[in-house]
Design a protein around this ligand. Sequence first.
Ligand SMILES: Cc1ncc(COP(=O)(O)O)c(C=O)c1O
Length: 394
Amino acid sequence: MLFAVGATPKTAGVLKSEISVAIPFIDLQAQRRRLGEPLNKAIAVAVEGGQWIMGPQVSAFEEQLAEFAGVKHAVACANGTDALLLVLMAWEIGPGDAVFVPTFTFAASGEVVALAGASPVFVDVLEDTYNMDPASLEAAIALVKREGKLRPRAVMPVDLFGQPADYRAIEPIVRREGLKMLCDTAQGFGARLDGRVTGSIGDAAATSFFPAKPLGCYGDGGACFTDDDALAELLKSIRNHGAGTDRYENVRIGMNSRLDTIQAAILIEKLKIFPEEIALREKAARRYNAALGKSNRIRVPNVIAGAQSTWAQYTIQVPDRAKLQADLKDKGVPTAVYYPIPMSAQKGYAHYPSAPVPVAEKIGKTVVSLPMHPYLDAATQDVIVEAVLSSAGG
Ligand SMILES: Cc1ncc(COP(=O)(O)O)c(C=O)c1O
């Protein structure tokens, strides 16, 4: 059965309770309606302008993005995966190098390390925040040093589900070990920790503008962030085939990773409402926490003190996930599982070194994400909450 939510109370004589409207997991069309004509106009201007790749909207967006994050440079590129890879390439991280990556993350975090020719070394996460466990990071660094086969080079904390990693604990380890820190803030761009906005944390950071991300475009897009002038110049060169000052001068190996002008135009419009959208997501997350946190059979997400999440996902843990997913599906409530298998256990990555990862193995079986977006109205959320409580509330 589908629930009548988000529909007008009475449509052509049909009662609200009789209208079946599926609940979206992320309602990008609601945002699209809100953005309306100014967005259409921005796209039309980008098309008419004729500079379809790296046009003036791209540099305007880069400036606005850097200002938003409180960082000196934002360098736009083709997607979030490339944004991570560009930084690794600029730092000349490659064969023989170790990069410490949480095992509980989207594949791209570890993938780029392997693509660069280096070795990801997997680190466990914390059960209450899903982010990199500083103690496990210490264990992974010790393991690499003990084995003596790889050279520790960088740490890549991930701001999973929108929450900043625990940089208060991770940064001192990174500095003590003389490593670089590349923050994967694909899910957490715009989040805050102690007043700092993600993007400005780390030696460099990378984000994704994949449509479902809190700040997404209408296709693929990404950006790197840094305060380091020299690194920013390198990133600009590598994203454009290693270009030198002259267009057809190639001073290093690079790649084709540019942001389309249309996507930049869309992102400029979306950035205007992004702070308000983060606040709306926060409101929805608090409502979920207040209602679902009452059940001692449901583990609701925990945000560390001094942090603000962008709530890319609202993820709970339940003992019987399969039952919850089936029950919710019957009621028209979509769910998703991020991430059932830790990277260190994935076929393509199992040969890389890893610290013990008991938490990731455990939560891979219990995590489930519920619908979350800025336009999740209270009535719809009540339907979701009731469905979750009646299935898993105990
Ligand atoms: C944690 C994380 N890192 C990296 C990426 C890669 O971003 P993209 O899909 O834009 O390449 C994503 C998103 O898909 C992600 O969730």
